[in-house]
Design a protein. Structure first.
Length: 335
């Protein structure tokens, strides 16, 4: 195996791991974004409902553990490091550790399947700032491609969706309303990336693989000033709509996410589930891919294709595999 890399870096958003972390974490997230204190404290209450602990770091550690086992069993035998944008372990500290360990060049897996400023380019900018802070000897970090149409992402999502539908009585399955959800972003950001079309394509691929003909895409987790337009429709009014149309069952798969973190748990498991219950709807929230074996194998495949030129680059649908190196202006919001 040809190797020009000596480590893997898993990079994610980060989250508080105790009540005392919540407000400092949210201050990191919202710094420079003109978010009012009232809104920050409102979101803090979401975390308080779950003991002040975000499940994200724990889920990422489980993913890293599974990836380490996959690499140990099948190669390449590369160490895996963990760095976050907004909370411990902070990326800059991880890069310092990597430098101290002698890492020269690493491949980065970002916990986002799609192209967008916040889901791709911003992570690259974070790496650049961290490298500048670390200084001489900071490892070179190259990001793995986005994987929204990789079979290792599509197939486990399709299996989970099919299992959710099969849990319904046979006579109700055909009438169940299926929604895929993704994190909403400002329209200005969406127009500068392939995010919206990629989410739609992932939904099409998952639905086809699960044998679902009728499905819809909705968004969740909107934030920011009310006058700024974001991608719609939001999942909550969509639940109202289908209930008004006589639906009995709603099945929601958060396809825009790879783990069941706070936004999935609060926006869907709490808010959407409560809305559906108030309307008399049976609500099923489908799990994200998490540490599904096929998904972990996919991460290894993304690593191998960068280490071995000419390796097959799997992609479903007609879009083909995404690029490895982003254009200079890729996903930059218009000013």
């Amino acid at each position: 195996m040809v190797s020009s890399y000596d480590a893997v870096l898993v990079m994610s958003f980060g989250g508080p791991e105790g009540p005392a972390d919540v407000v400092p974490f949210l201050e990191n997230v919202t710094r420079g974004r003109n978010v009012g204190r009232d809104r920050l404290l409102e979101v803090a209450h979401h975390y308080e409902r779950f003991g002040g602990v975000s499940p994200l770091n724990g889920q990422n550690r489980a993913l890293i553990d599974a990836l380490e086992r996959e690499l140990a069993a099948r190669g390449p035998k590369l160490p895996v490091y963990f760095g976050n944008r907004n909370w411990h372990p902070f990326l800059v500290d991880t890069l310092r550790q990597m430098r101290g360990d002698g890492v020269k060049r690493a491949l980065m897996f970002v916990t986002s399947a799609y192209s967008s400023y916040s889901g791709c380019r911003q992570y690259r900018e974070d790496v650049q700032r961290a490298q500048d802070a670390v200084g001489a000897g900071a490892p070179i970090v190259d990001k793995l491609r986005v994987f929204y149409n990789h079979p290792g992402f599509i197939e486990p999502n399709a299996l989970s969706l099919r299992a959710a539908l099969d849990s319904l009585p046979p006579e109700r399955r055909g009438a169940a309303r299926v929604f895929f959800t993704a994190h909403s972003v400002p329209l200005a950001m969406a127009k500068c990336s392939a995010y919206e079309s990629q989410v739609m394509e992932a939904g099409r691929l998952v639905a086809a693989a699960a044998g679902v003909a009728d499905w819809e895409l909705a968004y969740q987790s909107r934030s920011g000033p009310p006058h700024v337009p974001w991608l719609e429709p939001d999942i909550l009014p969509e639940i109202d709509r289908v209930a008004g149309a006589g639906a009995k069952d709603v099945v929601v798969l958060p396809l825009g996410f790879i783990s069941d973190h706070m936004e999935v748990m609060f926006d869907l498991d709490v808010e959407a589930a409560e809305r559906a219950g108030d309307l008399g709807l049976h609500f099923i929230r489908v799990p994200t891919v998490g540490t599904a074996a096929r998904f972990i194998a996919m991460i290894r495949e993304l690593i191998v294709e960068r280490l071995e030129p000419g390796t097959t680059r799997p992609a479903l649908g007609s879009n083909g595999p995404s690029h490895d190196v982003c254009a200079v202006s890729c996903c930059l919001p218009k000013r």
